[in-house]
Design a protein around this ligand. Structure first.
Ligand SMILES: [Fe+2]
Ligand SMILES: [Fe+2]
Length: 382
C-alpha cells in the first residue's frame, strides 16, 4: 500500500497533522487509508541522534534506522565481509577426490581430515543458530544488526562447504554430521557452547538486568572469543598443513576462505564486546573478568584434548604437544584483545599460520571473484 506519497506528515504535540503547504482544501477529503494510525499513543517522529544509539538496551533509537551510523567499525566489518564473498562450489575438488581415493594418505592423516570435517560441519551451524536466535534479538543497534545478517549468511556458506566436501569425497554424511554427538572431544566443545545459547533462550532472559547483561557478554565471549577465536584454530592449522604439503588443496582452499571470514567475525565480536563493556562498565567487574579468564582456560584444555584426539600418534610436522603451545598462544592473543591479562606466555609453534592468514599476499582469488560478481550483477537484458 502506498502511504502518503505526496503528503507531508509530521508530528505535533502527539497529534498527526498535515503541513500547511499540503493541506487539503475544504472540499477535499483525505482518504483514511493514507494516514495509518500505526500507534495508539505518542508518535515520536523526531530525527535520531547518533549519539543516542546503544549496543544493547537502547531505549531511544529504534533498530530500523541505519543512518546516521554511530559504530563505524560495524559498517567496516560489513563491507569487508561483502568484499570477500565466495561459494564453496567455486572450488574444484577433483584433486582432493583423486588423493582421497588413492593410498597417498595414511590412516592417521585421514583421521585428522575426518575429525575436522566432523567438528566444523556442526560448529558452523551452532554459531549461525546462536547468532540468529540468541545474539541478534539483544543487539539493539542497526549497523551491528546489518553485520550480524551478513555474518549469518557466511555461517550458512560455511555449513554448505562441509556438505559439499562430504558429497564430493563420497563420505558418510551420517558419520560426519553426528560426530558432535558421538566423538567425546567434539561433543565436549559443543556442549560448552550450546549451554550458552540455552541460557539466552530462557523466556525470562533479559539484558536489562545486571545478571542478564553479564550473561549476554558471556555468550558473546563464548562464541566470538572461544568458539570462533580458539576452538576453530587447531582445525585451521591441521587442515592447512595438508594444503602446505600440496595435499587436499580444495579443502585447504575452502579453509583459507573460512579462516578469512572468521578473522572478520572475531574482529567484529571483539569490537562488540569492548563496545558493550565501554557503555556498561558496571558489568565488567573483577569477579566477572576472573570468570571469563577461567572459562577461556577451561576452553583451552578442551581444545588441547581435541587436538590430541585428532592426532593420537601425530602426523608429519604436527603432534598434540605442539598444539598445547599453539592453543595457549592463541588464547593469550584473544584475552588481551578484550582487555584481560595473558595467562600462558607460550610461543607460536606454527608461525606460517600468520602468513596464511594474509591471503592477499599469495592469492588473487577475491580480486577475481569480486570482478566476476560485479559483472554478473550488471547483466545485460538485451
Ligand atoms: Fe563460520
Ligand atoms: Fe564465524
Amino acid at each position: 500500500m502506498s502511504i502518503c506519497s505526496d503528503t507531508q506528515l509530521f508530528h505535533d504535540g502527539g497529534t498527526m497533522v498535515i503541513s500547511d503547504t499540503k493541506k487539503p482544501k475544504a472540499d477535499e477529503r483525505v482518504p483514511q487509508a493514507v494516514i495509518p494510525d500505526l500507534h495508539d499513543g505518542q508518535v515520536d517522529t523526531g530525527r535520531i541522534d547518533a549519539d543516542a544509539k546503544r549496543l544493547v538496551n537502547c531505549a531511544k533509537v529504534d533498530v530500523n534506522q541505519l543512518m546516521p551510523i554511530k559504530y563505524k567499525w560495524a559498517w567496516e566489518h560489513y563491507l569487508n565481509g561483502c568484499a570477500n564473498h565466495w561459494m564453496p562450489t567455486e572450488v574444484p575438488m577433483t584433486k582432493d577426490i583423486e588423493i582421497w581415493r588413492s593410498d597417498k594418505l595414511t590412516p592417521d592423516e585421514r583421521l585428522v581430515i575426518m575429525r575436522n570435517l566432523g567438528f566444523f560441519s556442526t560448529a558452523e551451524s551452532l554459531v549461525g543458530n546462536n547468532l540468529v536466535l540468541a545474539i541478534f534479538k539483544h543487539v539493539t543497534n542497526a549497523e551491528c544488526r546489518q553485520y550480524l545478517l551478513r555474518q549469518a549468511f557466511e555461517e550458512a556458506i560455511h555449513t554448505h562447504t562441509f556438505l559439499y566436501v562430504v558429497e564430493s569425497l563420497g563420505l558418510s554424511e551420517g558419520e560426519v554430521f553426528n560426530m558432535y554427538h558421538e566423538i567425546p572431544a567434539i561433543a565436549k566443545k559443543d556442549k560448552f557452547e550450546m549451554e550458552l545459547t540455552t541460557e539466552i533462550l530462557d523466556p525470562d532472559f533479559s539484558t536489562e538486568s545486571f545478571a542478564g547483561a553479564q550473561g549476554f557478554l558471556k555468550n558473546l565471549i563464548g562464541y566470538y572469543i572461544i568458539m570462533e577465536g580458539i576452538f576453530f584454530y587447531s582445525g585451521f592449522v591441521m587442515v592447512l598443513s595438508f594444503h602446505r604439503r600440496n595435499l587436499m588443496t580444495g579443502i585447504g582452499e575452502q579453509f583459507q576462505y573460512i579462516l578469512r571470514d572468521e578473522t572478520i567475525h572475531l574482529n567484529f565480536g571483539i569490537d562488540l564486546i569492548n563496545g558493550i563493556k565501554a557503555e556498561n562498565p558496571e558489568i565488567w567487574t573483577e569477579e566477572f573478568q576472573q570468570q571469563m579468564i577461567d572459562r577461556v582456560k577451561q576452553a583451552v584444555e578442551l581444545e588441547i584434548a581435541y587436538a590430541k584426539d585428532c592426532l593420537p600418534r601425530g602426523i608429519l610436522g604436527l603432534n598434540g604437544d605442539l598444539f598445547r603451545d599453539y592453543v595457549q598462544h592463541v588464547a593469550d592473543r584473544r584475552l588481551e584483545r578484550i582487555g584481560l591479562p595473558v595467562q600462558y606466555g607460550s610461543k607460536n609453534p606454527f608461525p606460517w599460520m600468520s602468513e596464511t592468514m594474509d591471503l592477499s599476499k599469495e592469492k588473487n582469488f577475491f580480486e577475481t571473484r569480486v570482478t566476476e560478481y560485479q559483472s554478473s550483477g550488471a547483466l545485460s537484458w538485451d
